[in-house]
Write a protein that binds this ligand. Structure first.
Ligand code: GRG
Length: 296
């Protein structure tokens, strides 16, 4: 399949939706500007694309799940804005542009993140953006799973442990906790949401959960590798920042070669989990391979 066209088509659907969602002005003007600044800064849109690809693999029509998939990107963008704050990673560059607080100030950056996070759930459950093929019960289950994955026992918990582990001795159990919670939880729930919205049966949901958990973890291992080996201009954030902050990462604990081997093993496991699916899951297989080879 032509993955490049697939990714670019889905990215366009998501970006067009997000643009229209925030097209109407609301006061105070700077809050909306700040939210739209980070949202439109050009991320890869991996999480909503995975959600749409899972929806499609379970027999859904991509167009029907675009609003709910886009809501996940609001949560991801909030996490990046907060992650860059001086109290967290204190970064100046994100997605190749000055970070939100560098442009709008810390107070507005915190609130832009809060706004995106909260709006995500409003959008997800909003009847105006729900196609009749999607059941109310599926929306309720997804809202709960999404909140759990983003919250204290998911992404926020992983971020807290990440912060607490700076300058600490390398420890494999803590490393896996951070990666599974900070990064894999949101990626994996994105895949599950696609399946739940499409009304997938237990076996398909279980297989897609396994797929999501494996690529979620692989995604962060590759992110760790890119922080060492990537180019600042390509990765869109300063190279070597993990090392500078003495972060607990795969390369720090295992070295680059072993990290790459681990990432490959996780990607292979994710693709194997899809064995019960037909050709409709081809985009999910291709995305897994693309994530392994990505340069940004
Ligand atoms: C609650 C104050 C407060 C903060 C929470 C949870 C959190 C902030 C941050 C954790 C999120 C984080 C930065 C995870 C790292 C995951 C990661 C690899 C992000 C980069 O994702 P990409 O590559 O980015 O998909 P693009 O720019 O393509 O969207």
């Amino acid at each position: 399949m032509d993955l490049k066209s697939y990714l670019s088509e889905k990215k366009q659907l998501i970006e067009a939706f997000l643009e229209s969602y925030y097209s109407a002005p609301f006061p105070p003007k700077i809050l909306r500007e700040s939210m739209v600044y980070s949202l439109s800064a050009g991320g890869k849109r991996v999480r909503p694309i995975l959600c749409l690809a899972a929806y499609e693999a379970c027999g859904g029509r991509v167009e029907d799940a675009v609003p709910q998939a886009s809501a996940i990107e609001l949560i991801h963008t909030y996490s990046l804005i907060h992650d860059d704050l001086p109290a967290m990673d204190n970064d100046d560059l994100r997605r190749g542009k000055p970070t939100n607080h560098k442009v709008f100030g810390e107070g507005i950056a915190v609130l832009a993140g809060d706004g995106l996070l909260t709006d995500a759930f409003c959008l997800f459950a909003d009847r105006r953006f729900r196609r009749p093929v999607i059941a109310d019960s599926a929306i309720a289950q997804c809202v709960c799973e999404l909140a759990h994955a983003a919250g204290s026992q998911g992404m926020v918990g992983g971020q807290a442990q990440d912060l607490l582990s700076e300058n600490s001795e390398p420890d494999p159990i803590t490393l896996i906790f951070i990666h599974e919670h900070k990064t894999a939880a949101l990626i994996s729930v994105s895949v599950r949401i696609g399946a739940i919205l499409a009304g997938a049966d237990e076996e398909k949901l279980e297989r897609l959960t396994r797929y999501g958990e494996n690529i979620g973890l692989a995604f962060q291992v590759i992110d760790d590798i890119l922080d060492v080996e990537g180019e600042t201009e390509v990765i869109g954030k300063p190279k070597g920042s993990d090392e500078k902050k003495k972060k607990l990462t795969y390369p720090r604990l295992y070295g680059i070669e072993e990290s790459r081997r681990k990432a490959k093993e996780l990607i292979d496991a994710s693709v194997s989990a899809l064995s019960v699916f037909d050709g409709k899951a081809e985009p999910l297989r291709a995305v897994a391979r693309y994530l392994y080879e990505r340069r940004n």
